[in-house]
Design a protein around this ligand. Structure first.
Ligand code: PLP
Length: 400
């Protein structure tokens, strides 16, 4: 008996989740494993947000809500866009879902015709291409290696645009690269996109608050206001407020598209959790001290990881401007021999070797559409990061 429809067979389980499961298994067997594979803050959700959730529950916020978010949540999202990004949106231009992941899924499902192309610069967040595949689209990957600072140029993207291109995905600061576009770079992309009116832009800005060295994120729409009728800005509370498990993400875009996204959501998950919506309102409207504090800690950890890994022969790194990942190029390790005689044939082998020999769980670059690299998350306590760097250094030194 086979259960899997063809479209489901096109996609895979999230590789980071699979590696994290393996790291847990090794730990259960007594191994000392530092898990740097998952992309989530290691902090607890701030107390005032928990309090707001509890109060909401007790006040009866335990029922279905409007499919794509309560009026309170939409107003809090609109206020956030105005306050932090200088962007004005009405309720009709905002949609909240079960994580940024669901609103991205909704946007693709709302718009893709079979065979439509989705332009995705690599390295990319793993779900973009699989979502496109599941929804009948064709991912077109544009490789942006470390030499290009992990960023596409307008020329490179324009060369990949065809009459079938429906979306361009941008993610700044990016997962897994940590690279962020400057305003001038976004303006140049916008100028190119004006020549291609069928192309919609999805700007995933979920890491906007995790920016190092005092840098300021530029929202795509702030740099390219003329593209308002075809830009969807995606964000969420997962990363900024340590709320990954609450599952609230949101999008702002043209009212016509937001309406279709709401219709799709109404027939799939209905509304996002009513209590989580109340918590997200408290996160967005409440004190913002946590965001800055967590940001400073991520920067300290980034510096620790950069210091700890720099100078390891065979690994190249670029200092990430944002997010909490280091994306290490490991070309010179490919072909080398492990102490047990096995050869490292690609970045999956490098990642496996680091897990088995160094007890450090990472994700191979192949999961993000760019090889040979490995991603490690520095959303972990400093002593763990120090131990991981030392062990990676020793494991690399042990290669033949
Ligand atoms: N976009 C990017 C670039 C991410 O890295 C992630 C999570 O890892 C998401 C979106 C999804 O976030 P959410 O928890 O809101 O679904």
């Amino acid at each position: 008996m086979t259960y899997e429809a063809e479209r489901a067979s096109l996609i895979k389980l999230s590789p980071a989740m699979a590696i994290s499961v393996r790291a847990r298994e090794l730990r259960a067997g007594g191994a000392d494993v530092v898990d740097l594979s998952v992309g989530e803050p290691d902090f607890d959700t701030p107390a005032h947000i928990l309090d707001a959730a509890e109060a909401a529950m007790r006040a009866g916020a335990t029922r279905y809500t409007a499919a794509d978010g309560t009026a309170e949540l939409k107003d809090a999202i609109a206020a956030k866009f105005a306050r932090e990004n200088g962007l004005e949106f009405s309720r009709q231009e905002i949609s909240a879902g079960n994580g940024a992941k669901q609103v991205i899924f909704n946007a693709l499902m709302a718009t893709l015709e079979p065979g439509d192309e989705v332009l995705v610069p690599a390295p990319y967040w793993v779900s973009y291409t699989d979502m496109a595949l599941l929804l009948g689209g064709v991912p077109k990957v544009v490789e942006c290696p470390i030499e290009a600072d992990f960023k596409p140029t307008p020329e490179q993207l324009e060369a990949a645009i065809t009459p079938k291109t429906r979306w361009l995905f941008l993610n700044s600061p990016g997962n897994p690269s940590g690279a962020a576009f400057s305003r001038a770079e976004l303006e140049a992309l916008g100028a190119m996109l004006e020549r291609h009116p069928r192309v919609l832009v999805l700007s995933d800005e979920i890491y906007e608050h995790i920016l190092h060295d005092g840098a300021q994120a530029t929202p795509f729409l702030a740099a390219c206001p003329r593209l308002r009728d075809r830009t969807v800005t995606v964000n969420g509370v997962s990363k900024a407020y340590a709320m990954t498990g609450w599952r609230i993400g949101y999008a702002a875009g043209p009212a016509g598209l937001i309406k279709v996204m709401a219709k799709i959501q109404s027939q799939s998950t209905s509304n996002p959790c009513s209590v989580a919506q109340a918590a997200a309102v408290a996160a967005l409207n409440g004190p913002q001290g946590f965001v800055a504090e967590a940001g400073r800690e991520y920067t300290a950890r980034r510096d620790l990881v950069i210091d700890g890994l720099s100078g390891i022969p065979g690994l190249r790194l670029r200092k990430p401007e944002g997010a909490f990942y280091a994306f290490l190029e490991c070309k010179s390790l490919i072909g080398r021999l492990r102490p047990d005689g096995r050869r490292l044939a690609g970045d999956a082998d490098v990642s496996e070797y680091l897990l088995e020999a160094a007890g450090v769980a990472t994700v191979p670059g192949s999961a993000f559409g760019l090889s040979p690299y490995v991603r490690l998350s520095f959303a972990a306590a400093r002593p763990l990061l120090e131990a991981a760097c030392t062990r990676i250094r020793e494991a690399v030194a042990a290669l033949g």
